[in-house]
Design a protein around this ligand. Sequence first.
Ligand SMILES: [Zn+2]
Length: 557
Amino acid sequence: MKHRIILLTCAYLVLHSPLSTLHSQELPQGYFRNPLNTSIGLSATFAEFRAGHFHSGLDMRTGGAVDLPVYAAADGYVARVTISPWGGGKILYIKHPNGYITVYMHLNGFAGAIGKAVLKEQYAQQSYIISKMFSPNELPVKKGQLVAYSGNTGGSGGPHLHFEIRRGGDADMYTHSTTLDPLEFGLPYTDNIKPAIRGLKIYPVSGNAGVSGIDVPANNAITVDGPFYLGIYATDAAEGSTAKNGVDRIEVLLDGTPFFTYTTEAVPIDSSRMVNAIIDYTLFSRTRQAYLLTRSLPGAKGPWIPHCMGDGIFRLKAGSTHRIGVKAYDIKGNCAERVVTVTCKEATQNTTVKPSRGIAIRYNQPFNYQFHTLSLQLPTHTLYADDILRCESDGNIVTVKPTVNDIPPHKYYTLSIKGSLPGVPAEHTVVACINGGRTVAYKTTHADGTHTAQVRDWGSFTLMADTEEPVIRPINFSEGKPLKVSTLKIKITDNLAGVETYSCYLNGSWILAEFDGKTATLFIDTKGKLHENKNDLRVEVTDGAGNLTRRTFTITR
Ligand SMILES: [Zn+2]
């Protein structure tokens, strides 16, 4: 259904679109099975807008439970397992003979021989956190073979299975790879419910950061007095899925002629952060409502990027009235539509843009700058468009902010601050960014009285002292008292730089402690590992500023 819709606009798209080549490629239908045994209900669709990335797969609902069996989507072999307290948590990668890779995230554990291989690797490396590649003959799998159990590990906000299909990329199956919409591979999925257009906004072109959109009123009639672009907030519901999933495709027509078309069948992982530049990022970070903007920035181009007339800005003649049609489609072709009547009146005020004070930056050129004790090195394409950068100093705090587009940098840039904090050794000094009430400390290197960090934020930067050691706190056992549980829980936290490393030793030998980043909790399974009488459990934690805490607990069975 979806492909038919695309064909209708192909004549228009072909001139503008790198996508036309993608659509012509046939994706194998029915090759992959549903990795769960339950019917597919989604709490997130492919390419949904997130802060800093497009959602790279499907979030499959598991009924609020963990440990649902997860099956290999097709024949192949386990090519990689990664485990992290953050992000995707416990991740399984299966490589298939047709070149595609399926990825399963937030797992609770791995089945059979895979689980044994993972545990062996963790003890060999003495680390819960691993990234292990396997060769084709080590762990072959058959389509439908039990490979793992669903969970809630890593940055997951509730039990579910995150399922991806990837293509291409380097040996790590991540760098330079492209994620594809698994629903395009013919997985059984029911959706008879049409999307909802929840909001439309008109953004006057003013040339200043932080311009907010004006809501199109419910009667769908609005008057403008100059050039503008449109913001569209649309969501989709489906049987068995949550109501606020992403839509598949958005079309905007000006007086019946295609003006803007947006779809995301494929997202190159390297460019996924560009999502920040195609939505109203400021509004999104405040409300989680993602308004897709018709305006396109030159440094935010990719195969998902909207295909629009010129730069996606409406320039209507004064005194004229036009009809703007907005259509939102889901993957099954269900469509929601809204038509807005826009009247353009003579400009009442001078709309010429007042240039902001600051330093002009070209988005496609590197930029080096020195300001008081601060020095910046921005690589090419740190920004998505030319901008005016404002640097201000207030005491020990320096603020770095673009004035045209208020979007976080695409790339990490180098930020150095010269100086020292009274009585604080360099190794415990960190570069920190204060944004609103939130302080982020960066991993900082020190040389010649200068502290340097790779940062990916705009905001107010300063040097801060991190001399406080991490805190280790038992949750479900007490020192010296007999244990009531076999899985020990220990909270490990740090005030500023964050937990960098941790190790646990039971009676002198390294013991696996699973770390859940979102709750800052270590889980240690002691089943069958405790001596009859006294046991020593040593926990060591370091933070990102070189502070170490070591605690030993005496525990009895
Ligand atoms: Zn997900």
